[in-house]
Design a protein around this ligand. Structure first.
Ligand code: ZN
Ligand code: ZN
Length: 78
């Protein structure tokens, strides 16, 4: 699975601020390393399965919140 350069034709334009790429129907190809506007499940260029949802974004946010809480709860030793 390699990039054949076809994906450039489907390259997605960066959406206006406040709207996520995945939300606006854009999909990410890991092989071509590009965001494309494409209705299919697989990349029209390399044929690799496209990612249409952000990976574990909720989990990451939760983890960050937890870490911030831990930092805040540590008493200052001075
Ligand atoms: Zn490609
Ligand atoms: Zn691709």
């Amino acid at each position: 699975m390699t990039c054949k350069g076809i994906c450039i034709r489907y390259k997605a334009i960066r959406p206006t601020t406040g709207v996520g790429r995945y939300f606006s129907g854009q999909k990410r190809c890991q092989i071509c390393e590009i965001f494309i506007k494409w209705g299919g499940f697989c990349c029209p260029c390399c044929g690799y399965k496209l990612r249409s949802k952000p990976k574990k974004l909720k989990y990451k946010n939760k983890l960050r919140e937890k870490m911030q809480l831990q930092v805040q709860s540590i008493p200052i030793l001075n």
